[in-house]
Design a protein around this ligand. Structure first.
Ligand SMILES: *[C@@H]1O[C@H](CO)[C@@H](O)[C@H](O)[C@H]1NC(C)=O
Ligand SMILES: *[C@@H]1O[C@H](CO)[C@@H](O)[C@H](O)[C@H]1NC(C)=O
Length: 276
């Protein structure tokens, strides 16, 4: 009974959710690895079996979103070392040959596309209990890219518009914050709704006070970037709105004047006729 409990315990994962160590029979990996884009990353994997005749080590990789069983072979060792595709120039064994308990590999310069699941698979036919595999989840940290900022809606007085801001890259997901230029007229707080996760800023019931430059800043732990596009459209648009209203009023005034004159003219003509 005691032995049974003990073997269940050793087969249990040890705090994988803390990015700690996953103990799977004989193979032990660091289950969560975080690396900055451009730096090196060690995918740690060790085993306790004594490598003998028939010993193999295999590393496999599955891109984020694809299941572990679809993982593609990256390297294979069976006394000889075989690399698949371009991995040889990008990855190195920490201990070569990997026969004394360390199966770890190092990615030399991590790219965002290297993120995903890596499987360290040790097979030792002389000791099946010492065979097993461990899963390593590599997260590549990337500073936010310069966000793309856009305006949707027409910037006429009384209208609502939405400004959107989105970085195509950034891990962890960036937080977005919108700001106006220094010294800008304060806006009624209820007329601005900002969502820092999605990057949207909704401006409601536009007035001339909204005229100005709006800048969005995307930030995460690794850095920040701002959209250089000041939303000139808000400036131009609100002014254009005012301008159009003025034009419209002028047009109406001119039209009314003309009609009045025409009618007055017709009226006098009639009068004249009457007098002829
Ligand atoms: C890997 O880690 C990332 C970031 O912590 C997480 O979002 C993702 O769900 C993990 N993937 C797996 C397969 O555990
Ligand atoms: C829009 O703003 C104008 C002027 O500030 C105000 O009179 C009007 O009530 C506002 N409309 C709405 C729907 O908030």
């Amino acid at each position: 009974m005691f032995q049974l409990l003990l073997s269940i315990y050793t087969a249990c994962p040890v705090y994988p959710w803390l990015g700690g160590v996953w103990s799977w029979e004989a193979v032990v990996v660091k289950s969560s690895v975080f690396a900055r884009s451009g730096s090196s990353a060690e995918l740690s994997c060790s085993y306790s079996t004594h490598a003998a005749q028939g010993f193999t080590l295999e590393w496999r990789y599955a891109a984020p979103g694809s299941p572990a069983f679809q993982a593609k072979r990256v390297l294979y060792y069976n006394g000889h070392l075989y690399w698949v595709d371009s991995w040889e120039s990008r990855m190195a064994l920490v201990q070569n040959p990997p026969t004394s308990g360390v199966a770890s590999v190092k990615i030399l310069s991590v790219q965002p596309s290297d993120a995903g699941l890596y499987i360290c698979d040790v097979t030792n036919p002389n000791d099946w209990s010492g065979s097993g595999q461990g899963l390593v989840n590599l997260t590549v940290l990337v500073p936010p890219s310069v966000p793309d900022c856009q305006l949707s809606g027409s910037t006429y007085m009384g209208n609502d518009v939405t400004l959107t801001c989105k970085s195509s890259q950034g891990v962890p997901a960036p937080i977005y914050s919108w700001s106006r230029e220094k010294g800008a007229a304060p806006l009624p707080p209820t007329s601005m709704v900002e969502d820092q996760r999605s990057g949207s800023l909704m401006l409601t019931n536009l007035t001339a006070a909204f005229t100005g430059t709006y800048t969005c800043r995307a930030s995460n732990d690794l850095g920040e970037a701002a959209c250089n596009g000041d939303t000139a459209a808000v400036v131009g648009g609100v002014l254009m709105g005012v301008f159009l209203v003025v034009l419209l009023i002028m047009a109406v005034v001119i039209y009314l004047c003309c009609c009045y004159r025409k009618r007055a003219h017709q009226h006098t003509e009639k009068n004249e006729l009457r007098w002829v």
